[in-house]
Structures are given as structure tokens and as C-alpha cells.
Design a protein around this ligand. Sequence first.
Ligand code: HGY
Ligand code: MN
Ligand code: MN
Length: 420
Amino acid sequence: MSEVQTGKNVNLDKVQERIENHIDTISTYTATPGRGTTRLTYSQEDLLARQYIKEKMKEAGLSVREDGLGNIFGKLEGSLKDAPSVLVGSHFDSVPNGGAYDGPAGVVAGLEVAKLFAENGLAPKYPLEVVALIEEEGSRFGGGLMGSRGMAGLLTEEDFKTLKDKDGITTIEAMKKIGLDPSLPKARDQKSVKAYLELHIEQGPILEEKNIPIGIVEAIVGLTQLEVTVKGQAGHAGTTPMDRRSDALVAAAGMIAQFPELAAAEGNGTVVTTGRLQVYPNGANVIPDQTVFSVDIRSGKEEHVLNVIRKVKELAESYHDNGVEITIEQPLYIQPKEMNKEIVSLLKEKSSKLGYPSYLMNSGAGHDAMVFADYTSTGMLFIPSKNGLSHCPEEWSDSRHIAEAVQILFEAAAELTEAE
Ligand code: HGY
Ligand code: MN
Ligand code: MN
């Protein structure tokens, strides 16, 4: 593979300035201005961000297309006919009231890598593609990692069509509403992709504490999401004696209150979180007859995730005698994933060549890279998160760190695409 010495012609101040403009602009595409980023998939905010990303892709000289899920691709053709592409990007949806960097930092990094190819007149042998993925968070349609799972062929047409948001709007209806074409292909032939590189904020405290600007991800924890539905009996809050109730919320609260202890007993960094709870009919003087809550389970080892799933099911069984009926769905189950060792060493080599200290680490957050790990040669870079905060309006990362990561990705992509 030809060594491409490209690190010298990068004006980091200019790159940093463009990055700040990109992040600031994309952060305005939110349904909750002043209260963090809320950009749900196929929403009006998605459409505004999509239009911006496509415009920047075109400005960088890329040919732009969207697939049958709404993933956006900006391609710089290579000289080798029908050669597989090197993808650089991340997702551009958000959690409710999240931050401005989770996802967009990686999409913007991809845009900047392409810009640097253009500024340096680099002609790749293997195509370079900037990718902006949809529904990584699962905030609108549940599950998550939808853009990458769809590309990797892990999401059937049937599954996709039946997905609905909390208002009963289907994926297809929502796509059409913003002018996307769900009939376009979703799965992408694995042979058309050579590698996937993603920059992401760490979303934890390690890099900041170690004062190291670059994290190189070796593995991503296993991630499971359960959806628990508790069915009881609605009733009058005043006239129903306490021993005559099948209260769906009391049962849910009893289960959820035991999760911290359950995670601690499992140990090994296992974490269990209930982030979403819906109560029906949600009236102050009505005994709830139904609750639906999420259980997010993560651990470095699959056996701990499986143990926790089993214990949650046993806990549900123990509530059946209180006259409630509990069912558990599993919209997402992904085993822990290792990054490609060659890509890890390439990123490490490029970081040290550029003089950036780096730290090999695991990711406690899930990412599209964990889906692509089984699909192509995949690698991830992290940059520090201020106070380790993420998934909240306080989320912040230094645009200088993003610029440095862009430089590493630029060198790595130049080598992987054999650009000259
Ligand atoms: O939940 C996660 O780990 C990621 O932010 N979707
Ligand atoms: Mn996230
Ligand atoms: Mn993310």
C-alpha cells in the first residue's frame, strides 16, 4: 500500500473554524431550542440537517445520494473501477434534549476529510464516501443503530415497515413526509465497502482525566434493550382498597428499583438503565392499568448481559401473582464487538506520526461501528467529553480535538484509499 505523506498540508486552524461552523449550524436544527438537541429521525429537524449535510458534501465535490432508509452518502470516485469504498462518518439523529456533538462530530469529521482530499488534490484509487446515518439512537422508532443495521442487511423490509413512533406514524409515512424514497435499496453489498472509520465523542470521563486528546477504540460493550409491558387493572384511586388493586405502575416501580442492585451483583462494569417509562392512562386519580418501560443493559462480556436478561425475566415472573401480566420484548441485542486490529494500528501509527498522544480504550456506549465491525474493517476514534457528560445539553467537546482527529482520519483514509 503506498505511503501517502499528507499530514503536512493541513491548516488545522482553518479546519477547526469550519468544524465550529458546522457543529454550530447543525445544532440549530433541534425541536427544543435552548434545551439541547432533539433531532428525531425523518423529522423537520432531520430534514434541515440533511439539507445542510448534502450541501456541504456537494461543496466538497462529492456526488450525493440517499438510500432506502435515508442514510446520506457523499462519494469521491476512485480510479479503480467498481472498487469498494472507504466510509467515514457517523449518525446525525439525537436523543431527546441531547447534546450537539453526539453523532454530528463524526459526520462533520467525514465532511472535513473529504474537504482535505479536495484541498490537497488527492485522487483516491478506492473511493472515499462520507456517510451520515439515521436513527442510531432509536429515539423515534426504538431499538437503534437502524441506519447501520439496515445497510448491513440486519433489518428486514418487514421489520422496517412495521416500525411506528409513539404517535403511530410508520417509518414509511415519516420518510415520505420529508421527501425520501423508502423503495430504494436499504441493504448494501458488503463487497462495496473496504472500511468504515468513525470519530465519536467519548461520552465518558477517561480521556479528560488522563488529559489525552485521542482515544483509539479497541472494543465496544455489548448492548441490549428490553421493552417491558406491565398490564394491570385501571380503577378509582379513592374507592379501590389497597389489597384489591393490580397496579401496573407499582409493579413496574418495584422491578426498576431493583436494577441497581442487580447490576452491582453482576459486577464487571455491568450497567442497567431505565430511561423511558410510559404510564397509561396517566391520570392522577386513576390506578394505572398499563406501563411500558425500557431496560438498557450493557457489559463488556456477553455472559453478564445474558445473566441480567435472565434475572429481569425472573423478576417479572415474581410479579405475576399480584394480578399483573408482564411481557418482555427485545428490540435490540448486540454482542460486544472488537474493532479491526489493522485499523486500530493504522490509527495509532497516524496519531503518533502527527504527534498526537493517544490511548487505547473500550467504548461503554454503543455505536454504528459495532454493527459495521461484522460487515467491514472498522475503526473508531474518540475525543474527550467535557466533565464526561453526554446525552444532555451540557455535552461539549473541543473543536481543536475534532480537528486533530480529522487529521488522523485524513491520513488513514488517504492510505486506505491509496490516494495520490
Ligand atoms: O446508547 C448509546 O450508547 C448510543 O449513544 N446510542
Ligand atoms: Mn448517543
Ligand atoms: Mn452517538
